[in-house]
Design a protein around this ligand. Structure first.
Ligand SMILES: Nc1ncnc2c1ncn2[C@@H]1O[C@H](COP(=O)(O)OP(=O)(O)OP(=O)(O)O)[C@@H](O)[C@H]1O
Length: 447
């Protein structure tokens, strides 16, 4: 059903040492010579000898174009907004000027004075920039740097990945800025919410001096996206024929979902997230949620049944056959999780039971019994009709009615006692009987 498209010609000419780690080959240095705007020494404002020495250690003898274009401007204290292709060295283009500008300050930074703040869109990127910056602050004991991010530090995961390699399954937090030098393939399971993000995702491969490939899966109905990218992002794609030697893994996945609730729930969550993300494509003329084949998609996610979600409300899926199993009975393989689930289920059942009992008692024993409420409801409807036809109710009466309704709600929610409720009714005046105008169900809808 899906077709694959490859980004054509993903390879940068700018040779580089992989990552920021020193000790890379001299071949990279030689390649850089042909594509850069010159050596760091050729900048109009000389860099600090120790900054130059870090660059030497990193084996970056030449500037990339974005560096040579922006650093002189920064050094003249200009405001700079730079846009350059992915992996072109933008990080050093601002990290070096920060360090240089701070070094040139006439007045020394006071204790706890902030010299620079770098704001990034994701924690992952913050971690990476902090690492790059550390190379340049280390030689200067007068500088300290702090990484300030919320939640768990994602840097450890990224670092482990960089060390061990493998397949990184990630969300769009990794789509921008993250620099893992030797990524061979970027697979986009679905296109991102906008076209520039598409390029950023692809930019995780073919970093300076390396080649790489990017693949996006498109549905036949989405094929105009290829033209769109070619025009909008100047990013031509080539079709990659599907290989029909692939094994059908879906029965296996379904069996796994039946055997373990964790797998079942993951499938459901993935399907729901996919649809919610699909609805957010900026390019919604091409990515039309209403034309999406939900049944095929659900089969593709090896779902056992269709989830309940607003986007699917009122729709029929004759092409999707749910399994003949009550999915509530699928247990977690993890014994502790299953025990917790069973406990929660029991609690939920108990809660529902007490709520129902309470409601029944309330209806039976109180003055606004079912019978009375029925009678009163009729009265209420009559009065409502009258009101609609031209109310004969004074403002004061309406006020009292609202007051009584409020009291009844409070009483029902247990915020006031029966005594307080009755007292309230008496003090609210002659139309206190109108509280019974509203059946319990009416009030519930309001709450
Ligand atoms: N002057 C240079 N010479 C060689 N390699 C460099 C140079 N400057 C940066 N690099 C390397 O190039 C790679 C890409 O740099 P960086 O991550 O700053 O790119 P970027 O433009 O910020 O990319 P993105 O747009 O994806 O965020 C990094 O591995 C970095 O170490």
């Amino acid at each position: 059903m899906e077709r694959c498209f490859r980004s054509a010609g993903l390879a940068t000419g700018n040779g580089s040492a992989p990552g920021m780690s020193p000790g890379s080959s001299s071949v990279a240095e030689r390649t850089m010579e042909h594509v850069t705007e010159g050596s760091w020494e050729s900048l109009p404002v000389p860099l600090h000898p120790q900054v130059l020495s870090v660059l030497r250690e990193l084996r970056f003898p030449y500037m990339t174009p974005v560096q040579s274009a922006t650093i002189p401007l920064f050094m003249k204290n200009k405001d700079v907004a730079a846009e350059a292709v992915t992996g072109s060295g933008k990080t050093l283009a601002f990290v070096i000027p920060i360090v240089e500008i701070l070094l040139r300050r006439e007045e020394k930074l006071k204790k706890s004075q902030v010299g620079a703040i770098i704001i990034t869109p994701t924690r992952e990127l913050a971690v990476q920039i902090e690492e790059v910056l550390s190379h340049f602050t280390k030689p200067f004991p007068q500088f300290s740097q702090i990484l300030w991010i919320g939640g768990r530090n994602p840097g450890e995961d990224v670092a482990r990945f960089k060390e061990l390699g493998g397949i990184l399954v990630c969300t769009d937090v990794m789509a921008r800025g993250i620099d893992i030098p030797e990524v061979n393939w970027v697979l986009q399971y679905d296109p991102p919410s906008n076209a520039s993000a598409f390029v950023h995702r692809c930019g995780r491969t073919a970093r300076i001096g390396h080649g790489g490939s990017a693949l996006v899966f498109l549905l036949p109905m989405e094929e105009s996206y290829i033209n769109f990218l070619a025009i909008n992002q100047k990013c031509p794609l080539q079709e990659m024929k599907l290989q029909n030697t692939t094994a059908d893994l879906l029965p296996k996945l379904k069996a796994m979902a039946l055997a373990d609730r964790a797998v079942f729930e993951k499938g459901m969550k993935a399907f729901v997230s996919y649809i919610q993300a699909y609805a957010k494509h900026e390019c919604n003329l091409i990515f039309r949620l209403k034309d999406l084949d939900f049944a095929s998609l659900a089969r593709g996610f090896a779902l056992l049944r269709m989830p309940k979600m607003p986007e699917l409300r009122g729709k029929q899926f004759p092409d999707f056959v749910p399994v003949d199993v009550n999915t509530d009975t699928i247990p977690f393989k993890d014994k502790i999780r299953e025990k917790q689930r069973q406990k929660q289920l029991l609690e939920q059942q108990r809660k529902e039971k007490t709520e129902n009992d309470g409601r029944r008692k309330f209806i039976k024993n109180k003055a606004w019994s079912k019978q009375k409420a029925k009678k009163e409801k009729k009265k209420k409807l009559n009065e409502k009709r009258k009101r609609e036809e031209g109310s004969d109710m004074e403002d004061e009466d309406m006020e009292e009615l609202l007051n009584d309704t409020r009291l009844l709600k409070k009483f029902k929610k247990g915020k006031i006692t029966e005594e307080e409720f009755e007292k309230g009714l008496l003090t609210s005046g002659k139309r206190s009987t109108n509280t019974a105008d509203l059946e319990i169900s009416d009030l519930e809808d309001d709450c």
